[in-house]
Design a protein around this ligand. Structure first.
Ligand code: NAD
Length: 260
């Protein structure tokens, strides 16, 4: 379905981003990975994608806090992949604290990685997509792009912001073959969430599994985590022809969280 398409997925060395990169590669797209982690593990992942799916896979370690590194990554993606058809803005970090205790450098980092980096990648990818009159921009927002929780001011602000950026991107590309949409996952058990589960276990003097159950049950009526692969398949659907008239929207994959 995506043979010949070229995809850049930010924050794809683990979790949801890796699952989305795997889904696209599984459908035949060449991919460029981005994110942090152990060099050997990342290289194994890259080679694994090539071996398992018969596509080309590259890696770029740009720090998305830095606009100069983002620009270099976009150049590298265009050169190595031969163009950019699919852009998934997925990298993200979390920090939890009350507003009055929120470290200002953490605020800046969350906004830079979770929101501003997507502005830079989008502005640099659009010329390629407009030239070929086809493109898919998929932003990983969150249930927190639609509703709020305490102690997550920077994250909630960034995720609401990326939903807004998605809508503007959609309007500015509406008469082209480009679409822009945001996926809004609920709880997905990745590194980012594991740290929050550990903190809750420590706080309540309970086991990790009990803390995980409490965390998910508090927000998801389904009482179940979302699997990273389910977000991967949602991204794949957004790349399909069936989704060519879906643009500027949010897709909740959240066990019913935001239906409440
Ligand atoms: P994760 O920690 O497994 O993945 C985050 C990725 O971002 C990693 O590849 C990491 O290396 C990369 N990253 C972090 N800082 C970076 C930087 N400065 N430059 C480049 N890459 C950087 O977490 P995840 O849960 O897979 O998160 C992926 C996205 O999904 C995030 O945007 C997150 O906000 C969003 N999300 C997650 C959940 C969840 O429950 N896990 C829910 C909703 C939304």
């Amino acid at each position: 379905m995506l043979n010949g398409k070229r995809a850049l997925v930010t924050g794809s060395t683990s979790g949801i981003g890796l699952a989305m990169a795997r889904a696209l590669a599984g459908a035949g797209a060449d991919v460029m990975l981005n994110g942090f982690g152990d060099v050997d593990v990342i290289e194994k992942t890259r080679q694994g994608l090539e071996g398992e799916f018969g596509v080309k896979a590259f890696y770029n370690g740009a720090d998305l806090c830095r606009p100069d590194e983002i620009a270099a990554m976009m150049d590298a993606a265009a050169q190595k992949l031969g163009g950019i058809d699919i852009l998934i803005n997925n990298a993200g970090i979390q920090h939890t604290a009350l507003i009055e205790d929120f470290p200002t450098e953490k605020w800046d980092a969350v906004i830079a990685i979770n929101l501003t980096s997507a502005f830079h990648t989008t502005r640099l990818a659009l010329p390629y997509m407009k030239q070929q009159n086809w493109g898919r921009i998929i932003n990983t927002a969150s249930a927190h792009g639609l509703v709020a929780s305490v102690q997550k001011s920077a994250y909630v602000a960034a995720k609401h912001g990326i939903v807004g950026l998605t809508k503007v991107t959609a309007l500015e590309t509406a008469e082209t073959g480009i679409t822009a949409n945001a996926i809004c996952p609920g709880w997905v058990r990745t590194e980012l969430v594991e740290r929050q589960i550990e903190a809750k276990a420590k706080e309540g003097g309970i086991s990790i599994e009990e803390a995980a159950t409490n965390l998910v049950s508090d927000k998801h009526p389904s009482k179940q985590f979302v699997a990273p692969e389910q977000i991967g398949q949602t991204a794949l659907f957004l790349c399909s022809d069936a989704a060519s008239q879906m643009t500027g929207t949010t897709l909740s994959v959240d066990g019913g969280w935001t239906a409440q």
